[in-house]
Write a protein that binds this ligand. Structure first.
Ligand code: 6PG
Length: 471
């Protein structure tokens, strides 16, 4: 066996699967886990007969690796990453690279990159998307950090990543925390997609009364369309027929409607607020999870607060198609917001992001993978300076053609008392973005009235400020 230069720390399921993926692609791997029993178990089972070497201490782990060492750290984001880096730092030599493949906060990655680069070590903060299955068989990889370190890793990453028609789902994202920033935005978009799908499900089930067989059929059918074909729609269709083995009832109906979250969606919203980018759909998605989590309070409130109920009494088949159109228009708006956030972060943090390439590497492997991303790739390829996805010819035409259906769905939802926060936020985004005039002239007047905050005038150049003695 040749001496490995690739090592992996952290044998939880994502770590194990990535290690197996790297080895399967022809690169010997040294593994280390803090709890040795876990390493022993891995070596005796999944790694058996394969090109793996196990280290029992961190010193041994580093010694087992040929230089330049490439060490992928797959531990929990936050303090555990710093702890592993602190252990490795004194043992590594110039040109060695640490890769953090967890969902780390981009600001932490920025700090770690600076710290390690100053010591002539490489650091790559890499978003890894695709869950357990993706890690094993082909994830989407979003590496950022030290460019020279990425060059050394490229032959490995291009092999282990998901492969799509236009190449492997990996590209160097940018310096510092760029890789983790883009992974964070990916997750924000994932939250938006999931919430939009949940709202479509709510309408199909509660406005139209579809049963789970019909729900399965609708989502399976949508998944065959050019525009909605995606991993998340596919798994949604799969969920409806599942039976709970304990109760013999449909599993989905046994699942408590209180959504968890680990933080990446919230981070996306916080970053957007800090950068002054409007992100209403993803914000609505985060809020919807928060609202869902106060289950007991909602159950109590449901006894007190009444509102409209009832079913849609029109043409069911036609309304299903309207919901599909509303979902697609809302999804376009959500991605428009996500891409606008990336564009702003790129200029603010000098990430030099290539939005077309980012869309391309999201076409496969990751949770938001979808045929639709090819259209986004093309839009940013044709015009890298595109101010907003809504202005790309294809998306513009889609929304112009379907906004009637989208508005009908929102009006019906409102009449039936069915909350559709992400659908609504998307339409608000569209209606605000397309308005040459918004009512914030009044906001400015009020600010000047109570605080002498001044205002600009429509008949004077931008940047000239005026104050009025209002009273
Ligand atoms: C991915 C996923 C992954 C994780 C989510 C879940 O891209 O593979 O996004 O990173 O499953 O972070 O996030 P929540 O627990 O916040 O829903």
């Amino acid at each position: 066996m040749t001496q490995p230069s690739f090592g992996l720390i952290g044998l939880a399921v994502m770590g194990e699967n990535l290690a197996l993926n790297v080895e399967r692609n022809g690169f010997p791997v040294t593994v280390y886990n803090r709890t040795t029993a876990k390493t022993d178990e891995f070596m005796a089972t999944r790694a058996k007969g394969k090109n793996f070497k196990a280290a029992r201490t961190i010193e041994e782990f580093v010694k087992f690796l040929d230089r330049p060492r490439k060490i992928l750290v797959m531990v929990k984001a936050g303090k555990p990453v710093d702890a592993v880096i602190d252990q490795l730092k004194p043992l590594l030599e110039e040109g060695d690279t640490i890769i953090d493949g967890g969902n780390s906060l981009y600001e932490d990655t920025e700090r770690r990159t600076q710290d390690l680069e100053a010591k002539k070590l490489g650091f790559v903060g890499m978003g890894v998307s695709g869950g357990e299955e993706g890690a094993l068989n082909g994830p989407s990889l979003m590496p950022g950090g030290t460019p020279a370190a990425y060059k050394e890793l490229e032959p490995i990453f291009t092999k282990i990543a998901a492969q799509v028609d236009d190449g492997p789902c990996v590209t160097f994202i940018g310096p510092g925390g760029a890789g983790h920033y883009v992974k964070m935005a990916h997750n924000g978009i994932e939250y938006g997609d999931m919430q939009l799908i949940a709202e479509a499900y709510d309408l199909l089930k509660n406005a139209l009364g579809l049963d789970r067989k019909q729900l399965h059929e609708v989502f399976a059918e949508w998944n065959t369309t050019d525009e909605l074909n995606s991993f998340l729609i596919e798994i949604t269709a799969d969920i409806f027929p599942q039976i709970d083995p304990d109760t013999n009832k449909p599993l989905l109906d046994q699942i408590l409607d209180a959504a968890g979250q680990k933080g990446t969606g919230r981070w996306t919203v916080v970053s957007a607020l800090e950068l002054g980018v409007t992100l209403p759909t993803i914000t609505a998605a985060v809020n919807a999870r928060v609202m869902s989590s106060i289950k007991d309070e909602r159950v109590a409130a449901s006894q007190e607060l009444t509102g409209p109920t009832g079913k849609y009494d029109g043409d069911v088949k036609a309304f299903i198609n309207k919901i599909r159109d509303a979902l697609y228009c809302s999804k376009i708006c959500s991605y428009a917001q996500g891409m606008a956030l990336l564009a702003k972060a790129s200029s603010e943090y000098n990430y030099n992001l290539n939005l077309s390439e980012i869309s391309r590497i999201w076409k496969g492997g990751c949770i938001i993978r979808a045929g639709f991303l090819d259209k986004i790739k093309v839009a940013f390829n044709e015009n890298p300076q595109l101010a907003n996805l809504l202005l790309a010819p294809e998306f513009k035409q889609t929304i112009l053609d379907r906004q009637g259906a989208w508005r009908d769905v929102l009006a019906t939802a409102s009449q039936l008392g069915i909350p559709v926060p992400a659908f609504s936020a998307s339409l608000d985004y569209f209606d605000s973005y397309r308005r040459a005039s918004l009512p914030q002239n009044l906001t400015q007047a009020q600010r000047d009235y109570f605080g002498a905050h001044t205002y600009e005038r429509i008949d004077k150049p931008r940047g000239e400020f005026f104050h009025t003695q209002w009273f």
